[in-house]
Design a protein around this ligand. Structure first.
Ligand code: 6GU
Length: 246
């Protein structure tokens, strides 16, 4: 996959080289191209922003020209790649796991990182997707782009090194992951549930499913509404409600 990032602060992305993305790059699964669209500005002072028409407005807007020209340049370099052009915008729909699963199927992702008060409305003609990462305002789209890139890259086969962990992800399966334990069996008086040490796979499967349902019920009850519940799940949920531990 090729990732292009349009930003006024390309140096912010150096941390992407670490961790998951570093691994993906080392394996040749992804190439990242950073574009400082300010350098594409056709005015003498290399301004990338200006005041909005109409006056009385709070701040500056990103100019359309440097962004349009950068996208044109990228399109010329990569005419054949199946791509999405993604505008980071705090007023857009919130990014989620489903979007991450869509994006990972593309050959190229182009991120336009907004700054200041936002972008000239005409920039939206260029984009296929607009996303926010939550209901709060950041100073720019850079951190949001990094969040999205991380969520997408870890879905790439071979990046995590353990495909099961993607399939069992909270949000992919429709249920939150059950509590998990590692060594030792007892730590500061806190014990690992007996069933996990029993070696009885069917009992363990049931325990995991039930705890997964319990956690989803407690933390994200809306997720259960979207799930096709099996008879086994319904029985477990009834037990969970009956014991009133939620
Ligand atoms: Cl995409 N941009 C900015 N500036 N703030 C945000 C955001 C994006 N998502 C949440 N907050």
């Amino acid at each position: 996959m090729r990732i292009d990032i349009l930003t006024l602060f390309p140096e912010m992305f150096s941390s992407l080289e670490q961790a998951i993305l570093g691994k993906a790059k080392a394996k040749g699964l992804v190439d990242i191209y950073l574009h400082n669209f300010q350098e594409m500005s056709d005015n003498k002072q290399k301004h990338a922003d200006d005041y909005p028409y109409g006056g009385e407005s709070a701040g500056m807007l990103l100019l359309p020209q440097p962004i349009f020209d950068t996208i044109d340049k990228i399109q010329k370099e990569t005419p054949d790649l199946k791509k999405r052009v993604i505008l980071l915008d705090p007023t857009a729909q919130v990014f989620n796991q489903q979007k991450a699963e869509e994006f990972v199927k593309e050959e190229q992702l182009i991120f336009i990182c907004g700054r200041y008060e936002g972008v000239d409305e005409r920039v939206r003609f260029l984009v296929s997707d607009e996303v926010s990462i939550g209901d709060y305002v950041l100073t720019g789209g850079e951190l949001a782009a990094m969040v999205i890139i991380d969520a997408v890259m870890r879905l790439f086969p071979g990046v995590l090194g353990n495909e099961r962990s993607v399939k069992c992800d909270s949000y992919s399966s429709g249920l939150l992951e059950e509590p998990q334990y590692t060594r030792p069996k007892e730590f500061r008086g806190l014990k690992v549930p007996e069933v996990l040490l029993s070696g009885d796979h069917e009992k363990i499967r049931k325990w995991r499913l039930k705890e997964s349902l319990r956690k989803t019920c407690q933390r994200r009850p809306k997720m259960l509404e979207k799930l096709a519940l099996t008879a086994e799940m319904k029985k477990m949920l009834a037990e969970i409600f009956h014991t009133k531990r939620i």
